[in-house]
Design a protein around this ligand. Structure first.
Ligand SMILES: NC(=O)C1=CN([C@@H]2O[C@H](COP(=O)(O)OP(=O)(O)OC[C@H]3O[C@@H](n4cnc5c(N)ncnc54)[C@H](O)[C@@H]3O)[C@@H](O)[C@H]2O)C=CC1
Ligand SMILES: CC(=O)C(=O)O
Length: 353
């Protein structure tokens, strides 16, 4: 048997096996020339990249997944391991290459490559190591898929989303950081757990930095359309400030705890990024707290030293960020958000790009 460039398989008689296996029905037209596959590239096949790839596979979000990593052996092992699950999954072509050109014409490029935190280390501490990688990776990824949407996951995600925006030359709506979509899921879980609810019924956002300076939007939490804080007040149910602060602290410390216990975080970020991929590629127009160019929102002016990317509730669709929702922040929440922007800008100002 012989494989042609288009990957059809020829038998000893030179006939295409697929074509001799299935005979066309009478009067059938040739396949449409306009339809094309949805291609997602996942750059970096470590714990996070593989959790994302496998969630995307199980949710049938792509026709093709291109995996890229510098570690050729691990890369091939991960590809084969996923391919061996083909009988249990929606049909998806999975390829793997150390060459960025394998990502050509992607609809979505998800970047997870890079150093991760050791126990106790902050995300911002990873910047110098991952900045060097981004300088090498982003230009060829952008050149190969000039129409793509770039979704950054590597940490520190807000600053690296800014870096990817600068290095890609893409418009700001097509460079998105996974941001606090994950922190907000942790927040919703903890509130649901505290009140014995289903986390999917809890509308609640963490915004700002994906990290230590994140901001919990207590004023806008609702459950089934009921604003929670005012409801608890009306029912005279004590919801002490320290309980709220404890929940936010648990959100911030959640990643540190998981890293201390198992070495890395993976499953929750896998589901978080798959939810973003679905909203983008299926044009769901749903709202996610993700890292976007925040200049001009909520008094964030960039301070003359740069343009911060940080998480705000944004509507996502096929062209990336469709807009930022006009959510009401209390004075205190707006102040905390501006402080979070300042933290990010301080780090950004040292980049020299
Ligand atoms: N934004 C978020 O919410 C989260 C972000 N992360 C971040 O994701 C990143 C990856 O974490 P893990 O997967 O746990 O790390 P890991 O160490 O398991 O995987 C990193 C992978 O990147 C690859 N890599 C290194 N240089 C590369 C290059 N130039 N091109 C392609 N691949 C390259 C490595 O070979 C390795 O396979 C870290 O920066 C981590 O902090 C992790 C969890 C959540
Ligand atoms: C590692 C990380 O950024 C997280 O799990 O939130």
């Amino acid at each position: 048997m012989q494989k042609t460039a288009s990957s059809s398989t020829l038998g000893p008689d030179g006939l295409d096996i697929a074509q001799s296996f299935f005979k066309p029905i009478q009067g059938a037209s040739p396949p449409p020339t306009t339809s094309r596959n949805t291609k997602i590239s996942v750059v970096g096949v470590g714990n996070v990249g593989m959790a994302i790839a496998q969630t995307i596979l199980t949710q049938a979000l792509a026709d093709e997944i291109a995996l890229v990593d510098v570690n050729a052996e691990k890369l091939r092992g991960e590809m084969l391991d996923l391919q061996h699950a083909a009988a249990f999954l929606p049909r998806t072509k999975i390829s793997a290459s150390v060459d960025y050109s394998s990502t050509l014409a992607s609809d979505l490029v998800i970047v997870t490559a890079g150093a991760r935190q050791i126990p106790g280390e902050s995300r911002l501490n990873l910047l110098q190591r991952n900045l060097a990688l981004f300088s090498k990776m982003i230009p060829p990824l952008a050149a190969g898929s000039p129409e793509t949407i770039m979704l950054i996951v590597s940490n520190p995600v807000d600053v690296l989303t800014y870096v990817a925006w600068k290095l890609s030359g893409f418009p700001s709506n097509r460079v998105i950081g996974s941001g606090t979509n994950l922190d907000s899921s942790r927040f919703r879980f903890l509130i649901a757990d505290h009140l014995d609810l289903n986390a999917q019924d809890v509308q609640a956002y963490i915004i700002g930095e994906h990290g230590d300076s994140s901001v919990a939007l207590w004023s806008s939490i609702s459950v089934g359309g009921v604003p929670i804080l005012s409801f608890l007040e009306r029912q005279q149910i004590a919801c002490e400030k320290h309980t709220l602060e404890k929940i936010h602290r648990e959100v911030v410390e959640g990643a540190y705890e998981v890293i201390r216990l198992k070495g890395y975080t993976s499953w929750a970020i896998g589901y978080s990024v798959a939810s973003l991929a679905r909203s983008i590629l299926r044009d769901q127009r749903s709202i996610h707290p993700v890292s976007v160019l925040a200049k001009g929102f909520y008094g964030i002016d960039g301070d003359g030293v740069g343009e911060p990317f940080l998480s705000l509730p944004a509507q996502l669709g096929r062209s990336g960020v469709l807009g930022v929702t006009n959510i009401h922040l209390t004075e205190d929440e707006a102040k905390q958000l501006q402080e979070s922007a300042k933290t990010i800008l301080e780090v950004q100002s040292q980049l020299g790009i």
